[in-house]
Design a protein around this ligand. Structure first.
Ligand SMILES: [Fe+2]
Length: 285
């Protein structure tokens, strides 16, 4: 079993790097930490980066998880290979590009590009946002899944994710006490489905709701409250057509042994207990 310690970063391809930097700083409220001709590193906490936009193939994305120990990384490399998963170990230059000491990369059964990293860099300098959206941390992300049961077997059998709740066939997975850090969305697509940053309170969610409307940013769902995680949320579209989310108040599952995943029906009320309905087409971009 490969023990995932935490989510670490996302690498997101884009056509227009400057446009994504403008959105990530001026709208999303991240700090631009470093920018080259091809890469922009942005963060919502004191780590080296949470999101790295990469100029080029806009369909490219990868999501990374931290492992605690180097021997776990070596064991993961072996375990994945034994399960027939092609694994690439990062070169020194590739590690530098990701601000980590070591990493391996592979595809999950849905062809989502996953990276397992060791010793991701911290900066020692506090996060200073370009816009005060109230961000407290990089919260979670959604992954498309063309075959949920196959993907669940991978994420909860070979990797250490656990199912917290299910909505229809979709699954919300935790890797620590936080209700979910990965959301698997049934879909015909591959890659990252949405990107979440936690904000301090419902006031920040609501402030952003007005702000996003003023800035003509398409809102795709919310404001609302998830009955699964209890988090209050708002989802909106970036210029890269990816879905971004702020949320606050996510539940923690402290009784690990006693937790029984609940099965929610596939209805709007399972996504929002206040009555908001997702703009289904854009939400599943
Ligand atoms: Fe979410």
């Amino acid at each position: 079993m490969i023990l995932l310690h935490d989510i670490c970063y996302l690498r997101l391809g884009c056509h227009d790097l400057d446009e994504m930097v403008r959105f990530a700083t001026g709208i999303l409220g991240l700090e631009l930490r470093e920018k080259t001709a091809t890469h922009a590193y942005l963060r919502g906490d004191s780590s080296a980066f949470n999101l790295c936009y990469i100029k080029g193939d806009a369909d490219y994305d990868a999501s990374a998880f931290e492992l605690r120990h180097l021997d776990q990384l070596k064991a993961a490399e072996q375990e994945l290979a034994e399960h027939g998963v092609g694994v690439h170990r990062g070169s020194e230059a590739e590690c530098d590009e990701r601000c980590v000491e070591a990493f391996i990369t592979f595809k999950d059964p849905n062809d989502n590009q996953i990276e397992l990293v060791y010793r991701p860099h911290q900066t020692g300098v506090r996060y200073f946002p370009a816009r005060d959206a109230g961000i407290t941390e990089f919260g979670h992300f959604g992954l498309h899944s063309r075959n949920i049961e196959r993907e669940l077997q991978f994420w909860t059998g070979l990797l250490s994710a656990r199912v917290s709740d299910r909505i229809g066939d979709g699954a919300l997975l935790r890797i620590d006490e936080v209700h979910h850090k990965i959301a698997l969305f049934p879909s015909e697509k591959v890659g990252i489905q949405h990107v979440n940053f936690q904000v301090e309170s419902v006031d920040d969610v609501m402030r952003s709701w007005y702000f996003l409307q003023e800035q003509n940013v398409p809102i795709v769902f919310g404001p609302g409250r998830h009955p699964t995680s209890t988090a209050m949320f708002i989802y909106f579209l970036g210029p890269d057509r990816r879905v971004y989310e702020y949320s606050s108040g996510v539940k923690r599952i402290t009784d690990e042994a006693g937790h029984v995943p609940r099965q929610f029906e596939m209805k709007p009320s399972s996504f929002c207990m206040w009555g908001a309905r997702p703009n289904v087409e854009e939400f599943s971009e």
